[in-house]
Design a protein around this ligand. Structure first.
Ligand SMILES: Nc1ncnc2c1ncn2[C@@H]1O[C@H](COP(=O)(O)OP(=O)(O)OP(=O)(O)O)[C@@H](O)[C@H]1O
Length: 242
């Protein structure tokens, strides 16, 4: 579903992605771990061309990444993304935020768009807040709306970049529960997270990055119980002692 080959990316002198090779089959949940600055966000952002790459190829569902125009818009619709900050439109209601994809991008008729929106709001447990504005919702609720809005584009892949990092601890699980159910339903997901319990429970695969490279690529159980590299051991030692 996602195929990255020989991907290189620099920010000035900083070599932020080094020769990335990553094939993600449909339905797989890939957890991306690594120390701060190792390139996790950049990796995620290159998958839907929020960041252009210097070298290499990236394809989603067999389609090579276009660089601009309508083809890029179509590909972005295939790849939903949820960020640490919720990025909802403040002056639109929750329902209007979610309905943008069905009406503007998928060009559905009003009734069908409304039904799709309602179904997604119910799916993330937020239908009873549909006529409120984002600022009237808690962070956890807003992030669930952001997930519904991304799903409203009917994506083939969902990218999550630290989706719970900005949330109060008591709201983290309500967002992780939605992500867990998506994973169980077979969505292809790439998730940058510091939530190790979720990584272990919901991940099919762990990619550990350091200095822009994929240093380990294994299943969660192996990664958490028997990491191979010193970098991964050091990372786990620090994160699990918190
Ligand atoms: N737009 C940019 N311009 C210049 N440097 C950047 C830019 N975006 C990221 N970087 C740098 O690239 C490196 C990798 O950043 P990235 O955000 O991908 O790391 P990360 O592993 O996601 O880190 P964190 O866990 O702290 O979010 C960092 O050194 C960062 O400062």
């Amino acid at each position: 579903m996602i195929a990255m080959h020989g991907v290189q990316k620099h920010f000035g002198d900083l070599h932020v992605l080094r020769d990335i090779e990553l094939d993600v089959p449909a339905g797989q949940v890939v957890i991306v771990l690594g120390p701060s600055g190792s390139g996790k966000s950049t990796l995620c952002r290159t998958i839907n061309r929020l960041e252009p790459v210097d070298e290499g190829t990236i394809a989603v569902d067999g389609n090579p990444l276009p660089s601009e125009g309508k083809a890029l818009a179509a590909l972005r619709a295939d790849v939903g993304m949820v960020f640490q900050s919720f990025n909802l439109f403040a002056h639109k209601t929750i329902r209007e935020n979610v309905m943008l994809g069905p009406t503007k991008v998928r060009k559905m008729k009003k009734e069908e768009a409304e039904q799709t929106t309602q179904r997604l709001l119910e799916r993330v447990g937020i239908a009873n807040q549909a006529d409120k504005y984002p600022a009237q919702l808690s962070g956890g609720q807003q992030q669930r709306v952001a997930i519904a809005r991304a799903l409203a584009m009917n994506p083939k892949v969902m990218l999550f970049d630290e989706p719970t990092s900005a949330l109060d601890p008591e709201m983290v699980n309500e967002v992780l529960d939605v992500m867990t159910s998506l994973a169980k339903e077979g969505m292809t997901m790439v998730v940058v997270t510091h939530e190790m319990g979720f990584a272990r429970r919901a991940g099919d695969r762990v990619i550990f990055m350091a200095d822009g490279q994929i240093v380990e690529d294994t299943d969660p159980e192996t990664f958490f119980t028997a990491p191979k590299s010193d970098r991964a051991k050091d990372f786990l030692g620090k994160i699990l002692s918190h």
